[in-house]
Design a protein around this ligand. Structure first.
Ligand code: PEP
Ligand code: MG
Length: 589
């Protein structure tokens, strides 16, 4: 009987809950084929085995190409691949890589790359045309071996028969958004953090995901059996029988709690003593409306409309946008649908618009800044939203506002769009509500200057935390510093809500903090009127609210505001949740 390979356990950051066991699909791009890492002595046999597997696969592929070329354009043209086969079968070359592995304690990709470069350089220096050309063969074959070591391309996912766990160095939000849920049952990446848009997308798709696994993409081989625990952030390669049994029981327990929570679907988000908030959901794609209905959210608190602009070769025109907004609004009426105008830039880019690379894209030409500089693009979207506002539940929200001036300019463009529609006889809601996201510290501090221009605030804690604490939200190395319970964040949230109330406008929270059940009582105690969270988190958030008394929330908020550290606040939050809704602690820890 074949020996069970040793378990490898890697701890990352769980960003989308759920447990899945499936085969790994190593997804790669040209850029990340070469991740270098140190290996422990007991990993050497495994690296040798990976290398040998990759050589076998490379040999098979070269034979296949040779066959195809020979059928298509004749045997003599297929001859060049003999030279490629000679490289794969060159024992001296292969043994030098294996010696390097034993001596250098680096992963096989790094050793192979160096050996191949040495070979290619030596060949390139020889005064013989034939041998000089062999340098290109060595590089070509090495690229192929590296590709076989580190993964496959996106299009190959579609060809897989079995459901798989996509393992990658990193994934762009647009890549995550377009994954086929039937084929991809979980994600695991080296990079990333909980508020990256890739993580947010994984939650929207309801696919378990772990990010920040550092070097997982070079520790797993294609086709390895892996277990993904997206709640605890644990990734296990070759899980043992006992481990699978234990997880089986946990999954059963979790399912039981989830089916209890599902009963709350049609209940309101109301505390035990009758304090009611609006619990709506964040969506990225029109089809996410199905999840809103399935999980019982009350409308959309944040429609990240820029996802309509990603993964395509042109901009969506007014008609196309209108039909999406109109359908979402009609399906959810009379519940509110807040359409955020496009928030491009940061970690979301249009592939067809060749904008210059920026040193700090999150602080660069992003969101409202981009829209005010591109009034045609902006007005096309505003017209589409206005037309959909005929169902009176549509609201407009501007992202990344940092000064009152920007709101005034955006509102002026909105008025222009209204004038155009009026002169064309188009219908729209004259009194459509306009709000701003409070996600830049300056906006939170000048909430009093913004309030006169808008009907609501929605606090985007994902960006607010990154800008206030100077912690890049997608950098896993500093993820430990990303603390929504930091006293500075609580002060900014409190200031925004209080000022909103003084001006008679409501304040919601649409960043990921709102969907963290531990932090919901704190945000309620600070006075939040609305929560907008990933659809799948709605049942947990509702359960916490329904088990809470408002006085407990107020007391928690008062203690939190007097606390000195993020940990102190988080402990207070956890203690209260443990007291009022222990089932939630079981689900998330
Ligand atoms: C936020 O910043 O909190 C937010 C909700 O917007 P996004 O995550 O899309 O930047
Ligand atoms: Mg934001």
């Amino acid at each position: 009987m074949a020996e069970q390979p040793k378990e490898i356990i890697v701890q990352g950051i769980g960003v989308s809950p759920g447990v899945v066991v499936a085969k790994a699909f190593l997804l790669t791009t040209e850029d990340d084929r070469f991740v270098e890492r140190e290996i422990a002595p007991d990993e050497i046999p495994r690296e040798v085995a990976r290398f040998e597997d990759a050589l076998i696969e490379t040999r098979r592929q070269i034979h296949e190409i040779q066959q195809k070329v020979s059928t298509a354009i004749g045997q003599e043209n297929a001859g060049i691949f003999d030279a490629h086969l000679l490289v794969v079968d060159d024992r001296a070359f292969v043994e030098e890589v294996i010696r390097g592995l034993n001596a250098q304690h680096r992963n096989v990709e790094a050793v192979l790359h160096d050996v191949a470069e040495r070979y290619a350089d030596a060949l390139a220096r020889i005064e013989d045309d034939y041998l000089r050309e062999r340098a290109a063969d060595v590089r070509d074959v090495t690229r192929r071996i590296l590709r076989n070591l580190s993964g496959k391309s996106r299009s190959e996912i579609l060809e897989t028969e079995e459901p798989c766990v996509v393992v990658a160095n990193d994934l762009a939000p647009s890549e995550t958004a377009t994954m086929d849920k039937e084929k991809v049952v979980a994600f695991a990446t080296d990079l990333g953090s909980p508020t990256s848009h890739t993580a947010i997308m994984a939650r929207a798709l309801g696919i378990p995901a772990i990010v920040g696994l550092h070097d997982v993409s070079v520790r797993v081989s294609e086709g390895d059996e892996v277990l993904v625990d997206g709640s605890k952030g644990v990734f296990i390669v070759h899980p043992s029988r006992e481990r699978l049994d234990r997880y089986g029981q946990e999954v059963e327990n979790r399912k039981h709690i989830e089916s209890e929570l599902a009963r709350l679907k049609d209940e309101s988000a109301e505390t035990r003593d009758g304090y009611m908030v609006l619990l709506s959901a964040n969506i990225e794609r029109p089809e996410d409306v199905n999840s809103i209905e399935a999980y019982g959210a009350q409308g959309v608190g944040l429609f990240r409309s820029e996802f309509l602009y990603l993964s395509r070769e042109n901009l969506p025109n007014e008609e196309e946008q209108y039909s999406v907004y109109d359908e979402v609004a009609r399906r959810l009426a009379p519940d509110p649908v807040i359409i955020r105008t496009i928030d491009l830039g940061g970690d979301k880019f249009l592939s067809h618009m060749r904008t210059a690379p920026e040193m700090n894209p999150f602080m660069g030409w992003r969101a409202i800044r981009f829209c005010l500089a591109q009034p045609d693009i902006f007005k096309t979207q505003l017209r589409a939203i206005l037309r959909a506002s005929v169902s009176e539940n549509v609201k407009i929200m501007y992202p990344m506002v940092s000064s009152a001036d920007e709101v005034i300019q955006a509102n002026a463009l909105l008025e222009e769009a209204k004038d155009e529609l009026r002169s064309e006889g188009g219908r729209f809601n004259e009194d459509v509500d306009v709000g701003v996201m409070i996600e830049v510290p300056s906006a939170a501090l000048i909430a009093d200057l913004l309030a006169p221009h808008v009907k609501f605030f929605s606090i985007g804690t994902n960006d607010l935390v990154q800008y206030t604490l100077a912690v890049d939200r997608v950098n896993e190395r500093i993820a430990y510093l990303y603390r929504p319970t930091h006293p500075a964040i609580l002060k900014l949230i409190k200031n925004t809500i209080d000022i909103g109330h003084e001006h008679g406008i409501w304040t919601g929270i649409c960043g990921e903090m709102a969907g963290n059940p531990l932090m919901v009582p704190l945000l309620m105690g600070l006075g939040a009127d609305e929560f907008s969270v990933s659809p799948s988190l709605v049942p947990m958030v509702k359960d916490v609210i329904r088990n809470l008394r408002y006085a407990q929330a107020e007391e928690l908020a008062a203690k939190a505001l007097a606390s000195e550290s993020p940990k102190e606040v988080l402990d207070l939050c956890r203690d209260l949740t443990q007291e009022i809704a222990p089932e939630i602690i079981q689900l998330i820890e």
